[in-house]
Design a protein around this ligand. Structure first.
Ligand SMILES: *[C@@H]1O[C@H](CO)[C@@H](O)[C@H](O)[C@H]1NC(C)=O
Ligand SMILES: *[C@@H]1O[C@H](CO)[C@@H](O)[C@H](O)[C@H]1NC(C)=O
Ligand SMILES: *[C@@H]1O[C@H](CO)[C@@H](O)[C@H](O)[C@H]1NC(C)=O
Length: 510
């Protein structure tokens, strides 16, 4: 969206005026052209002058070092205007992680899966009381103890007062940064819970689109329609999915938040208090669908296998949902997804759809996560709907309670998909192609008398894919996958690439 506004990259700024004549800036080409002519005239004049003093025999008039700096400076200013701003990066983000001392020992394992230590990331974990120091470690954010909130009113029946402590992390972060060296760098305050996992490269990709000098409140509502409709709001960024507040907004919020939350003592949580106060400031939610509150129970496979065409920013409720890979624990499963994220974060869980026309199969790839094979040809418009592998926030299998389209996992016994889960991803050091392996999850399957080959004949799938860090700088489009020939029994090889210009995902109806 706003991407292009920020794309004046640094390199152009550093070009000498020689290069600039070949690459005029679109907005100021005439003035730079003009000043270029001026400098040429000046140069000729200068060399003539130097010549007459017999200096020319030992200096090259076209060496930039010859020209005094005082002559160059005004030319560069004329050509490029203000220095283009550095692109937003991880160093411009300060995280505020809401945690509790009682659960920290367990939940910190989630934070470890995404936090990069040694000063690469900034921020703190906010606890209610000190924990044994043996529990903290160098691979985790600094621990802060939230200030006392006992004087604030909290009137929600059967709620938790800790909501007040947690909602104030934004303000406490601003106060923590006040006047420090870090404050000069900070552009965004990003809030998350201790059971939120961020894909930080994608978080950066999303925040880069927005002007951090303005007021922004960025996140996503819940998957649960009833949660959004009744207790909370479609206009609220849910705290577990994480949200970003631009620093100027965070500073204004800090000024008013303590008085504001007294006006909302009958709200339940911390994120609805943020929403209430940001709403008083008139700032709406900027919805980014990559933030996932995941107010669902059970198996996330259906959701994660068909992610919207947007970078995945976060996942949440990791203690509530099953491990995202079967036959392993939650933390190990996350680490496996993180391995894929490290190699091609922009494409993580992005879908591609193709057909095996010799066997009448539909193949759906969720890069770095799953491949699914389904008997018969299923159209793209159906395959791009998540399957209902999960339960809603009331532990019911009620698809009318999620705020997006879903479809049943299968319509007939024959069409039950075979699911292959990612086992590893590698990238050769010499090329930018990744190879990921997916192994079939062995479940019992009903028999099928349609005379279509059984996808369970395949046990292992290899996916080739070129890394594509720039995909979100362009118009969104699904990748295409193509089957590659292989003679190895039980193995399928797939090449995932950007679709050709006129490429379509369709089966021929013979
Ligand atoms: C902190 O750790 C020490 C040493 O491991 C232990 O003796 C002590 O009981 C712990 N305290 C708390 C509050 O867990
Ligand atoms: C920041 O520090 C200055 C100087 O100590 C102080 O006057 C100001 O109130 C502080 N602002 C915040 C938001 O803490
Ligand atoms: C995958 O397809 C692309 C585009 O057709 C091609 O350039 C690339 O070589 C293919 N990769 C492999 C491993 O065959």
């Amino acid at each position: 969206m706003g991407e292009n506004n920020h794309n004046h990259n640094h390199k152009e700024q550093k070009l000498s005026f020689y290069d600039k004549s070949n690459k005029p800036f679109s907005s100021s080409s005439s003035s730079s052209q003009c000043s270029f002519t001026a400098i040429i005239v000046l140069l000729i004049f200068l060399s003539y002058l130097l010549y007459s003093f017999s200096f020319i025999s030992f200096i090259n008039p076209y060496s930039p070092s010859l020209i005094p700096n005082s002559l160059l400076v005004p030319v560069i200013r004329l050509g490029s205007g203000q220095a283009p701003e550095e692109k937003t990066d991880i160093k411009h983000i300060v995280f505020g992680i809401a945690a509790s001392s009682d659960l920290w020992k367990h939940r910190r394992e989630y934070v470890k899966t995404w936090w990069k230590p040694n000063g690469e990331m900034n921020g703190a974990v906010w606890l209610d009381k000190p924990v044994n120091d043996s529990v903290s470690s160098s691979s985790l954010p600094e621990i802060k103890i939230s200030s006392d909130t006992s004087s604030f009113k909290y009137r929600y029946r059967n709620g938790h007062r800790s909501a007040i402590r947690i909602t104030r992390i934004v303000s406490e972060t601003v106060r923590m940064l006040n006047g420090t060296e870090s404050e000069r760098n900070v552009r965004w305050v990003v809030m998350g819970d201790d059971d939120t996992v961020f894909f930080t490269e994608n978080l950066v990709r999303v925040l880069r689109k927005y002007d951090h000098k303005q007021f922004y409140y960025i996140g996503a509502p819940s998957e649960s329609h009833l949660q959004n409709l009744h207790q909370f709001s479609y206009g609220m960024a849910y705290g577990g999915g994480g949200f970003a507040i631009s620093y100027p907004l965070a500073k204004v919020l800090e000024k008013m938040q303590d008085r504001c939350i007294e006006r909302y003592s009958d709200l339940y949580g911390s994120d609805d208090r943020i929403h209430a106060c940001v709403a008083e400031l008139g700032v709406p939610l900027t919805r980014e669908v990559g933030f996932h509150q995941f107010d669902v129970y059970g198996n996330l496979m259906g959701l994660l296998s068909v992610h919207p065409q947007a970078p995945i920013v976060s996942i949440h409720h990791l203690d509530v949902a099953d491990p995202i890979f079967p036959n392993t624990n939650r933390v190990k499963a996350l680490k496996r997804l993180m391995n894929a994220a490290k190699l091609d974060s922009a494409s993580l869980v992005q879908q591609s759809i193709c057909y095996d026309t010799t066997r009448q199969w539909t193949i759906s790839v969720s890069w770095g996560y799953t491949v699914q094979i389904t008997r018969t040809y299923m159209p793209a418009r159906m395959m791009e709907m998540p399957t209902r592998t999960f339960n809603d926030w009331h532990k019911r299998h009620d698809y009318t309670n999620v705020a997006f389209n879903t479809r049943p996992i299968t319509y007939t016994d024959c069409q039950r998909p075979r699911v292959f889960y990612n086992s590893f991803v590698v990238k050769s050091s010499s090329s930018d192609t990744t190879i990921s392996e997916y192994l079939r999850y062995k479940e019992w399957y009903p028999t099928c008398d349609w005379g279509i080959p059984d996808p369970s004949d395949i046990n292992r799938i290899f996916v080739y894919k070129k890394v594509n860090p720039d995909r979100w700088n362009k118009a969104r489009r699904r990748d295409c996958c193509r089957l590659m020939p292989t003679t190895k029994k039980g193995t399928m090889v797939i090449n995932v690439t950007a679709c050709a210009n006129d490429e379509i995902v369709a089966y021929s109806d013979k």
